[in-house]
Design a protein around this ligand. Structure first.
Ligand SMILES: Nc1nc2c(c(=O)[nH]1)N[C@H]1C(S)=C(S)[C@@H](COP(=O)(O)O)O[C@H]1N2
Ligand SMILES: [Mo]
Length: 512
């Protein structure tokens, strides 16, 4: 009996892989986000309680999506095995078939009700489920035939070989089609090809030269400019939106005198500016690494809004991505002269696909969740009392100015360091206000002024260091920053939700 159940579970697993693989290929052909695991995962992402999302980001950071997908595949594997067990236990195996159909229908429903869903969204899951039901029935029959054959007979051996062959073949085909489906999906959308063909124009208004000394030259401190591959990534997109630049356009509408549609050709032919700007995630914990700086190339948003003619009653721009994510940005932050951009370039390259290719928003001074819309395709001029961004109904503040803060990069908690001169160093930020001072204290003693690196602009983070004469023993080191408005970094600890973490970052080191 145990052996029967084991074989049943294996048959279920093989059928599950086959069904998902086939669904993946069809999704690759019609719509990548309609793949069953992606569609169901998207529903989970959009509906998890704020606390759980917060936990996932603080625990897994930029890898939260891989973890979620891993869990989803594990659940799918367990349910497939269950379907297999159910289908070998009875002659008809009807319960297993129903389970597969139910899961397929659920995924089809999820895919069909997504904001970016197309007419064919239900197809991958339904076709996958149908194929899965058929394959599972066949495998279950082979398994039952094998179990029914009298032990130690030729027929026992033959049916066993047949069942093993069937299982292996179905499994292998499933894995192969899954891989092909993914690849096909990306190829057919042509996003990567489109990106490779983009030639960024030189900026009409280049970034000001970096002053010498924006880096303090202490090993272990975050580089001033983050390489694209190291740039933190946070978004709700389980499957990265695959847009082609040449198809892109942005619609500006709502409380405006006249709708404006901006095409890619117009955008890339416009006078572009280049700026170094630091991006910060509201989910960043005290001491966290959900912040990066890049040199962005883009079109200023303010003149675009002027062209549309913004109604005096409007106070928000609701920006929307191709996959339906939204951010609500105060119009003031887009029209007060700061470098709010529709960015197309990141450190001299077209935006990487995961960072919003072909076009994203970047607004100095605001957390990403209320401003930095990637894959942006729509700007609706509206009011905060009429519309809200994606995270607001999920427990996050409608407004998200970045809080003045600082972080110790070296040494790190747990480090053992020899007594004598030790460089304590890190970064501080108060985007769009600027950092005026950073102070460090040892063992909760007097605050001592740290030396600040040169300031690139008020919109970027600033490095700092303090030469500390370390004495043997264990020590606690705290840091706090003061911004140009004279506001000192808040010392009371608060979690990221609803509008950004507070508290001083501190570390514990042992000096020998
Ligand atoms: N389309 C879309 N844009 C988005 C998000 C998202 O989930 N979807 N997340 C925002 C958040 S919360 C942050 S912090 C920044 C992160 O940008 P990055 O991934 O390029 O670092 O993107 C913002 N733009
Ligand atoms: Mo974020």
């Amino acid at each position: 009996m145990n052996r029967l159940l084991g074989l049943g579970a294996a048959a279920g697993l093989a059928a599950g892989v086959f069904a998902l693989g086939l669904a993946e290929v069809i999704a690759g052909l019609v719509a990548p986000p309609a793949a069953p695991i992606i569609a169901l995962g998207d529903v989970v992402v959009d509906n998890v309680p704020a606390g759980l999302k917060d936990f996932a980001i603080s625990t897994f950071g930029s890898h939260d999506k891989q973890v979620l997908l891993g869990v989803a595949y594990l659940v799918a594997a367990l349910l497939s095995a269950l379907a297999g067990v159910l289908s070998v236990r009875s002659r008809t195996g009807v319960a297993g078939t129903w389970l597969v159909l139910g899961l397929g229908a659920l995924a089809a429903f999820a895919a069909a009700t997504r904001p970016e869903s197309t007419a064919f969204a239900a197809l991958p899951s339904l076709a996958g489920a149908a194929a899965g039901m058929f394959v599972l029935k066949t495998l279950a029959r082979l398994v039952r035939e094998h179990q029914a054959a009298p032990p130690a007979t030729a027929s026992r051996e033959l049916t066993g070989r047949r069942a093993a062959l069937g299982l292996g073949a179905v499994f292998a085909v499933g894995v192969a089609t899954g891989g092909i489906g993914n690849w096909l999906g990306a190829r057919l959308r042509g996003a990567e090809t489109s990106r490779e063909a983009v030639r960024l124009p030189t900026a009409a208004d280049p970034a000001p030269a970096l002053p010498s000394g924006v880096e303090v030259g202490v090993k272990g401190v975050e580089p001033f400019i983050t390489a694209n591959d190291d740039f933190y990534r946070i978004d709700t997109a389980l499957s990265v939106p695959l847009l082609r630049a040449e198809d892109w356009s942005l619609r500006i509408h709502g409380m405006v005198e006249q709708e404006v549609t901006l095409t890619w050709d117009e955008l890339i032919g416009s006078d572009l500016v280049e700026r170094d700007l630091t991006l910060m995630c509201v989910s960043n914990e005290v001491g966290g690494d959900l912040t990066s700086t890049a040199r962005w190339l883009g079109l200023p948003i303010e003149p675009l809004l002027e062209r549309a003619g913004v109604d005096g009653q409007a106070d928000m721009v609701l920006s929307k991505s191709s996959d339906g994510w939204t951010a609500g940005t105060p119009i003031q932050a887009l029209t007060d002269g700061r470098d709010s951009l529709l960015a197309i370039g990141m450190n001299g390259e077209p935006l990487p696909l995961e960072h919003g290719f072909p076009v994203r928003m970047v607004v100095p001074g605001l957390y990403g969740y209320v401003s930095a819309t990637k894959w942006v395709v729509d700007l609706e001029v509206t009011r905060f009392d009429r519309a809200e961004g994606y995270w607001t109904p999920r427990g996050w503040s409608a407004l998200g100015p970045v809080k003045t803060s600082s972080r110790i990069d070296v040494p790190a908690t747990g480090d053992e360091i020899p007594a004598g001169k030790v460089m304590v160093a890190g970064i501080a930020w108060a985007e769009h206000r600027g950092i005026d001072a950073v102070e460090v204290r040892i063992d909760e003693g007097e605050w001592q002024p740290a030396t600040l690196a040169a300031e690139a602009s008020v919109d970027t983070w600033r490095q700092w260091y303090l030469a500390w004469d370390a004495t043997p023993g264990s020590h606690r080191i705290d840091v706090r920053a003061t911004d140009r408005d004279g506001a000192v970094q808040v010392g009371e600890t608060a979690p990221p939700a609803p509008d950004g973490a507070t508290g001083w970052h501190w570390i514990l080191v042992t000096v020998t």
